[in-house]
Design a protein around this ligand. Structure first.
Ligand code: NAD
Length: 264
């Protein structure tokens, strides 16, 4: 199987770093035109330059916009033209004791992790249905199913994405459009790396030891028994974005190393 996305345009939210950047790279390497998104113009430009220097033939453009607001999503939609592949990746996470989480945090997590995907899908999906081809992929999490007690406000948004993704898939019946979710497990993205480094310094261990201990203590059912790399997640997303994945629709696809003990 050779994945060729020539002629397709992909928008990946939150793609200046982490999993989103690896997805953008994977899509660009497969021939898609890729729109890189982040909040700051300079960071977006730097990410575009990084990909262009690695893949000189790739068509990579930037669109700075904060997808945590309705105005930011509208700005992004205005900046892009036709989008064939929408990857709703931008998301935030923060461990916090449930009893310490104020209302504002619940709203903030909901706006960025859930409403960004809702707003962008609402704007971009009708044209996909009209063209009879499109891919919408929500980057959810193993935390959607295995709600972490230290981040209930995060887990709830990731479960919400699964509901929306499945609901949107119901609107694609009989078309060439698919809507799926991908569930990564612990993944060494830029955001997680920073978190591991600071926890490691506090505990006087290395970041690698911190990661290994986290998996052993907090995700003991992991079959992978390590953090995933961002490329391992991106590979799944590139496949789901491809024409070859046409029979996969309305699915919650696990790339979480077997933490979730379910057969189906
Ligand atoms: P990260 O912090 O490494 O990168 C996040 C990216 O999103 C950055 O480019 C950041 O600039 C951008 N971003 C943040 N807020 C934004 C906003 N309001 N508007 C536009 N861009 C914004 O994060 P990551 O670990 O790569 O996570 C990406 C996605 O994967 C998230 O949805 C997260 O929930 C999910 N996920 C991550 C893990 C993990 O262990 N890393 C596990 C499961 C799911």
């Amino acid at each position: 199987m050779k994945i060729d996305l020539t002629g397709k345009t992909a928008l990946v939210t939150g793609s200046t770093a982490g999993i989103g950047h690896a997805i953008a790279e994977g899509l660009a390497a497969a021939g898609a035109k890729v729109v890189i998104n982040g909040r700051k113009e300079a960071t977006v430009e730097a990410a575009v330059a990084r990909l262009k220097s690695k893949y000189p033939d790739a068509r990579v453009v930037g669109a700075a916009a904060d997808v945590s607001t309705a105005a930011g999503c509208a700005k992004l939609v205005k900046a892009v033209n036709q989008v064939d592949i929408l990857v709703n990746n931008a998301g935030i996470f923060e461990p916090k004791d449930f009893f310490e989480i104020p209302d504002e945090d619940w709203t903030r997590f909901f706006e960025i992790n859930v409403m960004s995907g809702v707003r962008l899908s609402r704007s971009l999906m009708p044209a996909m249905l009209k063209r009879n081809w499109g891919r919408i992929i929500f980057i959810s999490s193993e935390s959607a199913v295995y709600i972490p007690k230290e981040m209930i406000q995060y887990g709830f948004t990731k479960t919400g994405q699964l509901a929306i993704s499945r609901g949107l898939a119901e609107l694609t019946t009989g078309t060439g459009v698919t809507v799926n979710s991908v569930l990564p497990g612990p993944t060494r993205s830029d955001g997680v790396e920073g978190f591991l480094q600071s926890m490691a310094a506090q505990n006087k261990v290395t970041a690698d030891e911190m990661a290994a201990n986290f998996v052993k203590e907090h995700r003991p059912s992991s079959l992978l028994q390590r953090f995933a790399t961002v490329e391992e997640i991106a590979n799944m997303v590139v496949y789901v974005a491809s024409p070859q994945s046409s029979a996969t629709n309305g699915a919650a696809l696990h790339a979480e190393g077997g933490i979730i003990r379910s057969i189906a």
